[in-house]
Design a protein around this ligand. Structure first.
Ligand code: HMG
Ligand code: MG
Length: 297
């Protein structure tokens, strides 16, 4: 299998910080995004325009978007659950809109107070409004392997949601291992079926790393299936507030190191990611969890 050029999406400022507690100031979030902008990453999910009651940590996303030094060629994207979120994201000049649903009904209900069908209905005006504004739409499908409430999720359930999102006209799908439980075999079982329905270029994989299998999962998807899109969060911080037991995303610096070590070319500077992680750890007042953050710089 040809190993394609990698497309990496940094989700630390959103996924990483949405469970960080109130300790991370707006200025520290801006400094984190600015440090990431210097690393060579091309896309940074900078915040979420969700209900501040649901996720208080993201209440200052408009200020974060307003404060960052935007680097030409970098997309600063935003997570959006509904039309109100889209309005706020457009006002903040987000460069891409990310909607989010799940393959598990129970998780979706707890996360966004909607069934899967209701959420897809909700996305229709969000997708139309984003397109009218000239912005591409990413769709997250959470709990694509395991759900904290329903257990193992069958690939057919994921494919059904992906097909419905394809009908809506989203540009890409980010397939989420929300609780970081998937193994390489789970990844193979899903990709064997999924790639029959959707072009591989439209697929991103979003691995949390609770059980330490995320790097192995990403390498299998890249080497054996030609998947090139991966999400990660510098420092490996975070998790979903509505997914009990989930820890952070795979750390971007660990993932980039693994790709480079396996012959993958990226324009991302691992040292710059380590610096960004170091700054974030100082701002949080606690160490981050990436393996590379444990090395002396
Ligand atoms: P709801 O209560 O059904 O919403 O929540 P509502 O429309 O009935 O509105 C209730 C209140 O929220 C109203 O305010 C609205 O104005 C306000 P009130 O009148 O009570 O003062 N509201 C908003 N405020 C600001 N921005 C908005 C917005 N929408 C409503 N956009 C809703 C439904 C979806 C809004 C809520 O459940 C929510 O915001 N959920 C977000 C949960 C979340 O962010 N979870 C984490 C991200 S997902 C994730 O981490 C997984 C992922 O990483 C992939 C993976 O790992 O699998 C993406
Ligand atoms: Mg996530």
């Amino acid at each position: 299998m040809k190993r394609p050029a990698l497309r990496l999406v940094e989700v630390g400022p959103r996924d990483g910080l949405q469970t960080a507690g109130a300790s991370v100031s707006t200025a520290a979030k801006i400094a984190f995004v600015d440090a990431l902008s210097l690393s060579g990453l091309r896309e940074i999910e900078t915040g979420a325009f969700v209900s501040p009651k649901a996720v208080p940590e993201m209440a200052d996303s408009a200020e974060v978007f307003a404060g960052i030094a935007r680097r030409p060629g970098v997309i600063y994207s935003a997570l959006v659950p509904n039309e109100k979120g889209l309005e706020r994201a457009l006002a903040a000049k987000a460069g891409k809109i990310a909607v989010f649903t799940a393959a598990s009904e129970t998780f979706n209900q707890k996360n966004i107070q909607a069934s899967i069908s209701e959420s897809i209905e909700r996305f229709k005006p969000v997708v139309a409004g984003s397109k009218a504004a000239g912005l591409p739409v990413r769709a997250y499908i959470s709990t694509a392997f395991y759900c904290p409430f329903e257990g193992k999720i069958q690939p057919e359930a994921v494919i059904d949601v992906v097909r419905r999102l394809e009908e809506l006209g989203v540009a890409e799908h980010s397939i989420g291992d929300t609780i970081g439980r998937a193994s390489p075999d789970d990844v193979r079982r899903l990709l064997d079926l999924l790639l029959k329905s959707v072009p591989v270029e439209k697929i991103f994989l979003h691995f949390h790393d609770t059980y330490g299998m995320a790097v192995a999962n990403a390498l299998v998807a890249w080497e054996d299936y030609g998947v090139s899109g991966f999400d990660a969060s510098t420092g490996g911080v975070g998790g979903c507030p509505y997914a009990p037991g989930a820890t952070g995303n795979v750390a971007m610096e660990d993932l980039v190191f693994a790709f480079h070590a396996s012959g993958g070319a990226t324009k991302v500077d691992v040292k710059a990611l380590q610096d960004a992680a170091k700054g974030l750890a100082a701002a949080m007042g606690r160490p981050v969890s990436s393996r590379l953050s444990k090395l002396s710089l």
